[in-house]
Design a protein around this ligand. Structure first.
Ligand SMILES: *[C@@H]1O[C@H](CO)[C@@H](O)[C@H](O)[C@H]1NC(C)=O
Length: 431
């Protein structure tokens, strides 16, 4: 037995070495025409729901009148956590081929006329979305597409998501360059995509490509609003403003959507550390550690003080009790002895207390186990929705500790209605 164990272990180790969680394995891309079954040339761009900080309601991509793919493409399968978080990942009409620069490609034209009442509605939905600062969230190669800008301290700040337009309203404006109109919404109808890739030179996995393939490191986008004045890809320098009111009779309005793609080789960043630039640009993480530490120290200090005060009073009381014991007459009770009847008295709302305690234990255990898993690295951000899925599955599984704690405490109060206790524990505070 021992012998076989010793033999099996190294074999296991050997297999464990190269192990990626499903869906997280690197994807190799190569120039079109060089497709093999280890690499593909088409870079898929997926769009997610749009959201904003100014409203709680997220909208699906096709809620707005953007360009849609011409053929029926399948949406990727989503897991439970993603669905609950409201992620709706859909295919997009952007056609990107690996290592093929595109200077300006027409995506689609949308024409609105006053004859169709639906058109005014579509335009007003776009206006409203821009006014509320709704943000696109795109995904390429399982990475979020980011927008980066330089901060005042000359550092790069990257966010996942970019606004669907910009506006000037009531003296406030969100556009990159100052606009003259006082009250207008400008739609971002052009995107500059910059895709950085690692060519695989001097890497084991890259030996099969020789300059014709690689892995995607980052995808950055610069959204722009360009008034093409009817001619796609003509550089005018003007922003495209949406009509502020409903279209009048005989009036038409056209939005031309375009995009450009630039591929840049960068062999300094390894594929395995490609998420770092997103995490680095979130500078708040250090501050949060500081404030967590800060509050922990304050809590410790305060509880220490309270404990000291209690100890001193108790000592005094005990000294007085000892003195009285020496004397003969049994006096009235005073000091800490006054509470002796109250400590084991069941509370009036024992049911509620036990039920809430049970649910609390459930949430607490869930948080603890999820945190442990996350710290061990099972729930990486590349694995979308895993955190939420994990938390929800754990919450369901941890129903038994909740029931145990709740029943145990209820019984210690001498409760009789165990059936309602069971029902309430499972129903009252459902996460
Ligand atoms: C694409 O454009 C970038 C920047 O202009 C250039 O460095 C790169 O070599 C171009 N790539 C191809 C495949 O033409």
């Amino acid at each position: 037995m021992k012998c076989s164990g010793i033999l099996v272990f190294p074999i296991l180790l050997y297999h464990v070495q190269s192990f990626y969680l499903p869906g997280l394995a690197p994807v190799n891309y190569c120039r079109s025409g060089e497709d093999t079954n280890t690499c593909k040339s088409q870079v898929d761009l997926y769009v997610n729901r749009l959201n904003t900080e100014e409203s709680v309601i997220p909208y699906e991509y096709n809620h707005f009148d953007f360009c849609l793919p011409s053929e029926e493409l399948k949406s990727p399968v989503e897991n439970l956590g993603q669905v609950v978080f409201g992620e709706r990942i859909r295919p997009s009409p952007y056609k990107i081929r690996f290592m093929e620069n595109q200077t300006c490609t027409l995506l689609c034209k949308k024409t609105y006329s006053s004859n169709d009442p639906q058109d005014n509605l579509k335009l007003s939905i776009l206006r409203k979305g821009i006014g509320l600062n709704y943000q696109h969230h795109w995904i390429v190669d399982n990475m979020p597409v980011t927008t980066c800008y330089d901060t005042e301290e000359n550092e790069q700040f990257c966010t996942t998501g970019f606004p669907m337009g910009c506006y000037s309203k009531n003296g406030r404006q969100t556009c990159a360059k100052p606009v003259s109109k006082m009250d207008a919404s400008y739609i971002h109808n052009h995107v500059d995509l910059t895709i950085t890739y690692h060519s695989g030179a001097k890497e084991e996995w890259g030996s099969q490509f020789q300059q014709n393939g690689g892995r995607i490191i980052s995808v950055k986008v610069i959204p722009r609003s360009i008034d093409y004045k009817g001619q796609p890809c003509m550089q005018t320098g003007d922003y495209l403003s949406l009509p502020t009111k409903n279209l009048e009779k005989g009036q038409t309005f056209e939005i031309i959507y375009t995009y450009s793609v630039t591929f840049i080789e960068n062999n300094k960043v390894k594929w395995s550390s490609r998420w770092d630039y997103i995490l680095e640009s979130m500078q708040h993480t250090n501050i949060q550690w500081f404030s967590i530490l800060n509050s922990a120290v304050i809590v410790l200090f305060l509880s220490g003080m309270v404990a000291m005060i209690l100890l001193r009073t108790l000592h005094k009381d005990i000294a007085r009790y000892n003195q009285i014991d020496n004397g003969e007459d049994a006096q009235e009770e005073f000091g800490w002895k006054l509470v002796h009847g109250d400590v084991f008295r069941p509370p009036r709302k024992g049911m509620l207390l036990s039920v809430l305690l049970g649910s609390g234990v459930q949430v607490f255990c869930m948080t603890l186990v999820t945190l442990a898993f996350a710290c061990l690295g099972f729930l990486s951000p590349a694995n979308r929705g895993a955190l939420m899925t994990c938390a929800m599955v754990l919450y369901v599984l941890l129903g038994s500790p909740a029931g145990y704690v709740s029943a145990r405490i209820y019984k210690s109060f001498g409760g009789e209605k165990w059936k309602s206790n069971v029902l309430l524990t499972s129903m009252l505070a459902t996460g």
